[in-house]
Design a protein around this ligand. Sequence first.
Ligand code: 13P
Length: 269
Amino acid sequence: MIKKKLFLGTNTKMYKTISETLEYLSDLITLTSDIDWDDVELFVIPSFTSLESAGKLLRERGSRISLGAQNMCWEESGQFTGEISPIMLKEVGTGIIEIGHSERRHIFGETDQQENLKVKCALKHNFKALLCIGETLEQKNYDISDEVLSMQLKIGLHGISARQAGNLWIAYEPVWAIGVNGIPATKEYAAMKHKTIRGVLCRLFGETTGNSIPILYGGSVNNQNAADLISMPDIDGLFIGRSAWNAENFNKIIRTVYPLWKASRAELK
Ligand code: 13P
């Protein structure tokens, strides 16, 4: 399977105010201005409050960096205090909706059924839906990671057609690998899980669509392990937290993985 694009993105979680986001994005725009955008899909998912100004900055600077939201309600409007609707996110120029991040699931109690409603809503509104999945350490220790991933995909993507799945991205983020106490997955482990995910996607949507859905790895990606991870089959991109929150460091990772990805793609042709 020829990989179409390299996906590299960051979720800034509950960090960076509007001014900090703009400073960060401005640096990232400058550093990445020479990137081959036919090859690379670069995206930043900042706080809700930063989205509007971030979108304006990207347009003013003519940058092809995409913007995403960290969460979204599955309803267009209504009595849902504290939620943000797809219409509101469209209004500020958001292109990607991150759904089911481990912190949403494990701190805020979101369920696979809720993620499914969000995926359906995001696709209906023509966003890219970035569904995050991953097993906990306990589930890994019980050796039920594949079952958990399969369940998260089958419920999270229930009722999605192969045509709609063209706008779907998956992030595999093992819960035990994320954040300051996380231990990054080995490249072998990550590749095994990506293969499992690919298999489920192919069963759900058929080989052609299943193989075309990007699967990104996330969880303690850093300057040391990024190259190894991106060289593995079925790892189409990296979804990075801490190591990408400094624009120069993110750029270093981009410059490390892009040539490797390009070379591995040339070999596949
Ligand atoms: P870290 O890279 O900081 O572990 O975070 C990963 C993540 O949660 C991306 O969504």
